[in-house]
Design a protein around this ligand. Structure first.
Ligand code: 16G
Ligand code: MG
Length: 572
């Protein structure tokens, strides 16, 4: 790094001293903390984004959001050139960059990294960063910090895209790097056009049931509801009622949103008796998660239709279209290509969903928690569908399958236009445009669910009956404390827990897995695992069993084991 560049960084970094005594970690999906601690981190991530853009000769995205966290938190996520998460190879650099205290050490760290990665800093033609933020008030000053970080690398420029959902920004980065139209307007056009195209392709006999009732959407008092209102206007006769948009009185993610609904299994604020029996959905604070739910007759509890159910609906639909296309009647006997359809879940997937998907004859694999793992695995298939139970997921189409579908479409449109086979090819092409190829997206996910429900003629109740969830329970050490009124149980070091086999087995501390196995064996249909959170200093426990009582008992006994093995000094 030359003298001029070093002084630029030295000078601007003096305005962004890191908070004393705080160690920030890149975590599963970027930095997240109380917003007041993040100015220097965001500034430094601005530098990282500029370096990444120079090295990859591509546009990079920076999204300022703390997703479903409370409004006083904030965070920053980095979108790589393909629109996905930052390459894991750069995560250690991100960690060091965020935590180095001294400005001269900061310059040295950057300089060493630039040399090691052979980043041509002296010859920068263009480094370009797209910036987005959610509705958090702290986003404004953090955005400024990001801009200053980017500007401290010579030749790097940014475009402030304004308030966006996280998936919109990822979509724009991907589109920009593919040379496609990439504005927010283009995003809305692509989603609404492909939605309308899918609705046009509803089989004739089912058109009568098209007047499906409305869907009521909880926008978590965040950005997602606002964007959905724009999208709704472009989607023809799709009836959507948006509640909890950012324009209302409610506080972001407080008693609302996909994370709240999924974890607490109670109705979000703004929903009640009038919604019993209606199809309802919730986004999280940055609209990269989607769950559906039904308000129970008591108008307090809900039946959750989670990410696993959305995955199952998508898998069912995609498989159906592929089966129609495979049907031998008009098949060219010599077509050797059979697209591989793969399903990717995590250990949190309800056991009943995995059994359902396997029963459909599908290939189901598990990865650790976190989009970067699921996305990577799903991209190994021709069509890879991934979802976390918490509602984050999408469907990836390989280039090979897309060109195969285009070919099938041209052949069929001349040989038998309008046939079910032709429509199946067109439907799959429309899905590939509707569903966000960069990252899970509540807006595009919602449109696809709505389109598939129209196709199948299913109500949400019927969809929910695809399989019956096994009772499950998630605990963190905090909940453990509440359950037993043990008062306070504090995690000393979550990294003491090391897992393997997609987080289904604990390899450290020694002996705990055997103890978990012994506890689990006592319960009918028992399944239980523990894992260190990637976003908070806690250990999470997940359990399933035949009844809710047994499930709770299993989860609690394993939470006790965590306490015993890790010596998390419980105190009165
Ligand atoms: C992050 C992840 C999400 C994961 C969650 C787990 C992304 C974009 N987001 O929100 O996929 O489910 O962390 O949180 O990767 P935990 O590690 O605290 O349980
Ligand atoms: Mg989110």
């Amino acid at each position: 790094m030359n003298q001029e560049q070093s002084s630029l960084v030295l000078q601007s970094s003096s305005n962004f001293s890191p908070p004393e005594g705080v160690k920030l970690s890149y975590g599963t999906a970027g930095f997240r903390a109380d917003a007041t601690l993040l100015k220097s981190t965001v500034y430094r991530v601005g530098i990282l984004a500029a370096l990444r853009s120079i090295q990859t000769k591509s546009v990079i995205g920076l999204m300022i959001t703390a997703s479903h966290n409370q409004v006083s938190d904030n965070g920053i996520k980095i979108a790589d050139p393909n629109g996905g998460m930052l390459s894991q190879l750069w995560e250690p650099f991100a960690d060091s960059l965020a935590n180095v205290a001294d400005p001269f050490e900061l310059v040295q760290l950057i300089s060493d990294f630039v040399s090691k990665e052979i980043i041509p800093l002296d010859n920068v033609r263009s480094a370009e960063i797209l910036l987005g933020r959610d509705t958090r008030p702290s986003g404004e000053y953090l955005l400024e910090a990001a801009k200053q970080g980017i500007s401290s690398i010579k030749g790097a420029i940014y475009h402030d895209m304004g308030i966006l959902t996280t998936p919109q920004l990822h979509w724009m980065v991907r589109a920009r790097n593919m040379g496609m139209n990439s504005t927010e307007h283009d995003y809305f056009q692509q989603l609404s056009q492909s939605y309308r195209c899918l609705v046009e392709l509803i089989p004739d006999g089912k058109k009568a049931s098209k007047s499906n009732d409305k869907v009521v959407v909880d926008g978590a008092n965040g950005v997602g509801g606002d964007k959905l209102e724009v999208l709704r206007e472009l989607c023809g006769d799709l009836s959507i009622e948006v509640r909890n948009s950012s324009k209302g009185e409610g506080v972001l993610n407080k008693g609302v949103g996909a994370d709240f609904v999924q974890k607490e299994k109670v109705v979000p604020s703004g929903f009640g008796p009038i919604d019993v029996g209606l199809r309802c959905a919730s986004f999280d604070g940055d609209a990269d998660r989607l769950v559906y739910f039904l308000v129970q007759p008591d108008s307090k509890l809900i039946d959750l239709v989670d990410g696993d159910k959305i995955l199952s609906l998508f898998a069912h639909f995609i498989k159906e279209q592929l089966d129609v296309l495979k049907d031998n009647e008009l098949e060219k006997p010599c077509d050797p290509y059979h697209p591989r359809l793969g399903i990717v879940q995590t250990a949190y997937a309800n056991g009943a969903s995995t059994a359902y998907l396997k029963n459909l004859g599908l290939d189901v694999v598990l990865t650790p928690t976190g989009v970067k793992y699921l996305h990577e695995k799903a991209s190994e298939y021709d069509i890879g569908i991934y979802f976390e139970a918490n509602g984050h997921g999408t469907i990836l189409f390989s280039d090979t399958v897309l060109s195969w579908l285009e070919d099938r479409n041209s052949e069929l449109s001349s040989a038998c236009t309008g046939s079910e086979k032709h429509k199946a090819a067109l439907r799959l092409l429309a899905v590939s445009k509707l569903i966000n190829q960069a990252v899970g997206d509540a807006l595009s996910g919602l449109l696809l669910v709505e389109a598939i429900l129209l196709h199948t003629g299913w109500s949400i109740q019927k969809w929910n009956e695809l399989y019956k969830d096994l009772p499950s329970r998630q605990l963190t050490v905090w909940q453990f404390a509440l359950f037993f009124i043990v008062i306070k149980v504090k995690v000393v070091d979550r990294t003491a827990v090391v897992t393997a086999k997609a987080e289904t087995v604990v390899v450290q501390p020694a002996g705990i897995q055997e103890a978990i196995d012994t506890a689990t064996a006592k319960y009918r249909h028992g399944r239980c695992f523990i894992r260190p959170s990637g976003t908070e200093d806690v250990i999470r426990v997940y359990a399933e069993a035949a009844t809710q009582e047994e499930t709770d008992s299993l989860a609690n006994s394993v939470a006790k084991l965590v306490d015993q093995f890790l010596g998390f000094g419980s105190s009165q």
